[in-house]
Design a protein around this ligand. Sequence first.
Ligand code: ZN
Length: 180
Amino acid sequence: MATPLEISQLGNPILRQVAQPVFNIQDELLQIFIDNLLATLIRSNGVGIAAPQVGKSCRVLIVASRPNARYPHAPIMEPTAMINPQLVSHSGEVVKDWEGCLSVPGIRGLIPRYRQIEVEYTTREGQRIRRELSDFVARIFQHECDHLNGLVFLDRLESVRDIVTDQEYLSRLVPTQTVA
Ligand code: ZN
């Protein structure tokens, strides 16, 4: 039975560490951890989460896109655990959109991200995969991958003026999903 984990908040040094690569994919403890990470994501209604956000400094993230008010055409994808993920290449095109983060509660930021990316990661079954991601899913991946490198979305702000409170965001701007 998977157990949701406590989420590390901004100020916790683990969010500023570069996470360690994972070597033993078949390790039962790693598999249990991924189940718990997924349970944490589901409980918090996120669309993505990274291991450092639950206090474990290793290179594991989950992307779990689904349609929402701001991205009605966001692909529904099975929550996908990505181990040792890498950004292989990216489009020149950069788009700005709102992001939130479970580790940075109460605010949203307008964040520039590559619109299209090519990524590589190892599945929880141990298979190395290369695939293209675009738009909302690409945004989630970049946000979560930043967590593995000790970055949070605030580090990507072009201006502090691109920060709003959740309350203002929800009352004045088109609702979107917290990226997590
Ligand atoms: Zn986050």
